[in-house]
Design a protein around this ligand. Structure first.
Ligand SMILES: [Zn+2]
Length: 305
């Protein structure tokens, strides 16, 4: 797999670690080691920071596993779980998705981070020394991850929740993608501004934090832009309906028969399975009802908005 390492396969999904996770891990160790030193945590603050960052990656993985479990529960296909700069991402595919399934699948991630955070803070209260310092930081950052991921912009979980809500209310997934995608871009701009502001403060850790936040902002912008492009693609494909593109004339002899009820992705898949210039549209009983030109589908896709 290009640009990453496949570390395991779980419930049909490849778990891939992206190089950006390693980079962010190194930055986190550099940012957190002096803070562990300040807290008087253990003889080697860098070792403490490495343990902390590794347990942070484990909790990010558990967050993604919650998404994976919910998606599989609803019978969706999950080809890929990635661990990268922004934490993680679980790619979900499936034709029979409904807004409320999307909502549940999205929200279980931040919920699990929140629960992990509470458990870690509770553990910190019951321990002392290095363990207390690591658990306290882990609890704090997991709650931060839960709150950050609930921001209502794509590609964050909160953006997926907002997309699902708009999708449920308007019946249009593409509208949900547009709104949540633009809020994602706004959040990226906000983070970039925060990062710039941090560099003007006298805090000794400001530069490290500013770089980390700037990296997250860039990643968020890229993710939101990708989601917006995907939304246009979903809308264009969704607008293709065989019955609407049908020519009310008998097809030429030997034309490939496909169902007149096909639409969207299913229509494109049926055409891709039987490549032809002209199709005979047939109803459920197999009776020919009209003609579909491949060129008409092609034109409709290009002209769709
Ligand atoms: Zn998530």
């Amino acid at each position: 797999m290009a640009g990453g390492w496949r570390v395991m396969r779980i419930a049909g999904a490849d778990v891939v670690v992206r190089p950006s996770l390693v980079i962010v891990g190194v930055i986190l160790v550099i940012v957190f080691a002096p803070q562990f030193d300040d807290m008087g945590a253990g003889p080697n603050p860098y070792l403490t920071a490495v343990v902390f960052v590794l347990s942070l990656f484990v909790s990010v993985f558990l967050h993604e596993l919650a998404h994976l479990a919910a998606a599989r529960w609803f019978g969706m296909t999950v080809p890929l779980v990635q661990l990268h700069l922004l934490g993680g991402e679980t790619q979900i595919e499936g034709d029979s998705r409904h807004p409320w399934q999307e909502l549940v699948t999205s929200i279980v991630g931040p919920l699990s981070s929140f629960v992990l955070g509470i458990v870690a803070l509770w553990g910190a209260a019951a321990s002392d020394g290095t363990l207390r310092a690591v658990l306290w930081s882990l609890g704090f950052i997991n709650i931060l991850i839960a709150l950050f991921n609930l921001l209502p912009g794509l590609p964050l979980d909160g953006g997926r929740v907002l997309r699902a809500l708009i999708w449920a209310l308007t019946g249009s997934e593409a509208t949900g993608v547009r709104v949540a995608g633009w809020i994602g871009r706004l959040a990226a701009v906000g983070l970039a501004a925060w990062s710039l502001w941090l560099t003007t403060t006298a805090d000794p850790f400001a530069l490290g934090r500013a770089l980390l936040i700037l990296a997250v902002a860039l990643f968020l912008w890229q993710g939101a832009t990708q989601a917006l492009r995907h939304g246009v693609y979903v809308a264009r494909i969704g607008s293709l309906v065989a019955a609407e593109l049908m020519r009310h004339e008998p097809p030429p002899p030997g034309a490939v028969p496909i169902s007149v009820d096909l639409r969207g992705r299913d229509l494109l898949l049926a055409m891709a399975e039987n490549p032809a210039e002209v199709y005979a549209l047939v109803d459920a009983r197999g009776a020919v009802v009209g003609t579909l030109d491949a060129s008409a589908v092609d034109r409709a896709y290009r002209e769709a908005r």
